[in-house]
Design a protein around this ligand. Structure first.
Ligand SMILES: C[S@@+](CC[C@H](N)C(=O)[O-])C[C@H]1O[C@@H](n2cnc3c(N)ncnc32)[C@H](O)[C@@H]1O
Length: 428
């Protein structure tokens, strides 16, 4: 049963995300109650759910108020939205949710607002969900993003947007150097853990119920990694020759770097590059899996500082992007992205492609990946490179579960996988 302490901690997390622009992960780390696993998971469930459904419950709240909550009292908005989320999504008695949320107002230094919190939650219980009838409320997504996704995916936009509100599955990647997937599935079955093989990835296993990685069999010793099924498609797109020099240009935290090393055993070398403050996570993953790569902490645009002058045979560019394909995994993206960000990412992606193309060897391959579902960030940067360089050839391939676009393959977010885009190019 969520106590006042749990409700207050959840409200602090939501407030940090929605009013202060912090990432949900960082805010959760700051405010999650320490030392009590159950309270921690309750807080996380409420905070993440409230951030995910914010745009719906904020509408409901506004329709209940005579005047908007003052700026300095905005934590109350987060607290009430946490309460409204719980009434719809938690299997707890209404009275317990209401009293936990009302008492949390005192812990947040807003005792005087207890009446307001109580009144909004009781009105919701009394009148049911009286919501404005519009798509933003229905889909809990800002209007500009709905429009962008509808324009890009005129037949699939509703399913995509409703997938944003689902909780993502926990998908594992089985390390073929340690165990086969069938073998690992048998281990899970013997332990009474329900799981199934992914269709999208030959290494993928989806757990019916997520578990903490500390409790995951084979995580510590590198038998498994946690990675979305669509993100596991990278080796299906790459075809490095034996002895190839490989560059993973945006490598942190190393999900794709380690997958390439697990699968392609005959690589000559692999350089994993990322910005200095991000490289620790690559090293952690390499050492957990017992793999090695040359990790370079640098800005990829600053080529003279890190490149030895020998061209690469395979370059993987998993570019920074809007993250519109992974919103259900990172629900704070809907709060933090602005319309102008898309053009900014697209410009950066084009520059990165152009920069890296220059250090790709003749006959070399470039694999471009994003976790976006917007063509401005997917086909468009590839088209731009094709137009500006006369030595680019598109390489055609297919991926199970993905849709063919003009220049690549697109996974859409659904119950199986995140929304990732892949394009493969050859230098002729
Ligand atoms: C989508 S993430 C990469 C995820 C990673 N490939 C994986 O599968 O685990 C994009 C990465 O690009 C990095 N990045 C952004 N700008 C960069 C730059 N100018 N030089 C190098 N890395 C950069 C970010 O730090 C971030 O880690």
């Amino acid at each position: 049963m969520p106590t006042a302490e749990v409700c207050a901690a959840a409200a602090r997390i939501v407030h940090d995300v929605t009013a202060k622009g912090r990432s949900l992960e960082a805010a959760t780390t700051s405010h999650l109650p320490k030392g009590d696993v159950h309270r921690g998971s309750e807080t996380r469930e409420i905070a993440w759910g409230a951030v995910r459904w914010w745009f719906r419950y904020d509408r409901l709240l506004s329709s209940r108020l005579h005047r908007p909550i003052r700026r300095r009292d905005r934590i109350l908005q987060s607290l009430i939205i946490c309460g409204l989320y719980q009434l719809d999504h938690l299997r707890e008695p209404d009275y317990a949710i209401t009293s936990g949320t009302v008492d949390a107002a005192s812990l947040l230094g807003a005792s005087k607002a207890k009446g307001l919190v109580n009144a909004v939650l009781r009105a919701r219980l009394r009148d049911g969900e009286v919501l404005p009838q519009d798509e933003e409320t229905d889909l809990a997504t800002p209007g500009w993003l709905i429009k962008l996704i509808r324009d890009t995916w005129p037949y699939d936009w509703r399913e995509i947007l409703s997938a944003f509100n689902d909780k993502p599955p926990m998908t594992l990647r089985i390390n073929p150097l340690k165990r086969s997937r069938d073998d690992y599935l048998r281990v899970l079955q013997n332990r009474g853990i329900k799981a199934s093989a992914c269709n999208v990835s030959p290494w993928g296993v989806t757990l019916e119920t997520p578990v903490n990685v500390d409790e995951l069999f084979g995580f510590e010793d590198g038998t498994v990694s946690v990675q979305d099924a669509a993100a596991q498609a990278t080796p299906l797109v790459c075809a490095p020759r034996d002895g190839a020099r490989v560059l993973d240009a945006c490598a942190a935290p190393g999900g794709k770097t380690t997958h390439l090393l697990e699968y392609f055993r005959q690589l000559g070398s692999l350089v994993a590059l990322d910005l200095p403050d991000r490289c620790g996570t690559i090293n952690d993953n390499l050492s957990r899996l017992g793999l090695s790569a040359k990790v370079i902490a640098a800005d990829l645009f600053d080529v003279d500082s890190w490149w030895d002058g020998i061209p690469f045979d395979l370059i993987l560019l998993d570019a920074p992007c809007s993250g519109t394909g992974v919103i259900r995994r990172h629900p704070d993206i809907r709060h933090h992205r602005r319309p102008a960000d898309i053009a900014h990412y697209a410009a950066q992606q084009k520059q990165m492609l152009r920069q890296l193309w220059q250090i790709l060897a003749p006959k070399g391959e470039m694999v471009y990946v994003t976790c976006s579902i917007l063509m401005q960030e997917n086909d468009e940067p590839i088209r731009d490179l094709c137009v500006k360089s006369d030595d680019v050839q598109l390489h055609h391939y297919s991926l199970p579960g993905a849709i063919r676009t003009d220049y690549g393959m697109q996974f859409l977010p659904d119950s199986n996988q995140d929304g990732l885009y892949y394009a493969s190019l050859r230098k002729v």
